[in-house]
Write a protein that binds this ligand. Structure first.
Ligand code: FMN
Length: 163
């Protein structure tokens, strides 16, 4: 099964998380969405998708510009991770991952992977929450602190078995 880790990252945090995921999933290709084409991504059997949130609840620029409509996701396994800041953006915490999740579900993607518990976080609202759970791995580096690498390792182990 061919799997790609695809991330958008303006300041490097999401790229750093993507690289950590890759370190636990060597077989997966690591791709910056800024340099990707829909045709390239459509060739994979599974996708691990990462985005931060910008501009009060919007997608990161490269994800916003990417032609998401051209993605063929029907029946494809997709796992999601998102980076945000609950202290500075309480009412739009990690919305970006929620925006991609909603779109990809509409396109028929089969969402796989652990959803980390909401309880650890403190925010007012977030599109990253569906049915009382996050839609994937949501990370706020300030909250995760020293357990960041451990959380990513555990999540990646789980999605590896789901692909
Ligand atoms: C202008 C701006 C707007 C942001 N808006 C949000 C937001 O609405 N929700 C959120 O959770 N984080 C928000 N953030 C925090 C970023 O998602 C966070 O800094 C993230 O680590 C950036 O990822 P990157 O380094 O991969 O670009 C914002 C950051 C900036 C600079």
């Amino acid at each position: 099964m061919s799997v790609a880790i695809i991330y958008g990252s303006t300041k490097g945090n999401t790229e750093g998380v993507a690289k950590l995921i890759k370190s636990h999933f060597q077989e997966a290709d690591l791709i910056d969405i800024a340099k990707a084409t829909p045709e390239q991504l459509n060739a994979y059997d599974g996708l691990i998708i990462g985005t931060p949130t910008y501009y009060d609840g919007e997608l990161q620029d490269d994800w916003a510009e990417f032609n998401k409509d051209a993605l063929e996701l029907n029946g494809k396994k997709v796992a999601l991770f998102g980076i945000g800041s609950q202290s500075r953006h309480k009412s739009t915490f990690s919305d970006g991952i929620g925006i991609l999740h909603e779109l990809f579900v509409k396109k028929g993607a089969k969402i796989v992977g652990d959803k980390n518990p909401v309880g650890k976080y403190s925010f007012e609202s977030s599109k990253a929450v569906a049915d009382g759970k996050f839609v994937g791995l949501v990370i706020d580096k300030e909250v995760e602190g020293g357990s960041l690498e451990e959380s990513i390792a555990a999540w990646t182990k789980n999605i590896k078995s789901a692909f």
